[in-house]
Design a binder for this molecule. Sequence first.
Ligand SMILES: [Zn+2]
Length: 333
Amino acid sequence: MNSLYEEAVRVCYFCGSGEFIPHSNAKFWKIVDLNFVECRSCGLIFCNPMPSLDVIIKANEALNIVQVSRGTVSQYRGGKQLTYKLKKIKEKGILLDVGCAEGFLLKGVEDNSHWKAEGLDIIKTAVEFANNELGVKVYFGVLEELDGCGERFDYLRMNNVIEHVQDPFRFLKKANRILKTGGYVWCSTPNGVQDGAVHKTANKQGTVLNLLENHFFYYKPRTLKKMYEACGFKILNSYCEGIKHSLTDFGLVPGAKIKGIFEEYNLDDYKDKKNIKFKFTKEDIEEMRHNASLKNYKLKFDLFINYISRVRLPSVIPVGHQQNILAEKIYAV
Ligand SMILES: [Zn+2]
């Protein structure tokens, strides 16, 4: 294994300030110590030093084995639901799903619209499955290193991705560069104030969490919006949701989440292993397309119920575990 850590940064990824306040401590797969700090100037919370990309890729492959099921039908379903939004933007376009795993969402989009759907992931086995078995186009690697795309895409989807990247400012600038002017980016990520609180809560209780997912950046809603704006985007909509989840993070509701993360997993145990339980035949994939929960009327009804039943607070009131942003590229950076 190469080095476990990147070099520590002296200035904030976003605003360039060099003044950091200690935030919390955690571990990553038991092998890496995570030291979180908060930028005094812009409020960005991040791990310093950052674990190396090599460690992160291995950990993501291991996580893919631990979490056997990656959704599949529900991801395909999500793709079909997404087409209702995409068709309102334009009849035909190109989507990139950043962090698409096995690509079932892409398949759901392509089967149900004239949109071309492509993806990107760092889990090699997932990328191979998407390209070879599912027949969708998925790139291997991180967005920052994606070459030769130009301003190719009309819509970028980033579902729980930006908390996993190595340099969010670089990541968002790259997002700008591969999106057409007037194109959209949809981003969903934990509300950093509340997602970060789970470490602080654990530290106060005398424990250090062992993270399996690489959440190394925590964004306060106002910080994240400023980052988007600084990268050539105009915020069209932003809101927070998931109040119950935040109460758990703050330790106000007994912490099922803390227990879950605290389980002991050793990265070396997953070396060179493959997710053998993850196997689909052509018939399985075909059957998925005719699943009862994928009927148009049912999906539309679900979307409607979601819309009216979810409590969504404008992100100026940053309450709720998850934050969502829809933004439009207004100039190239
Ligand atoms: Zn800063």
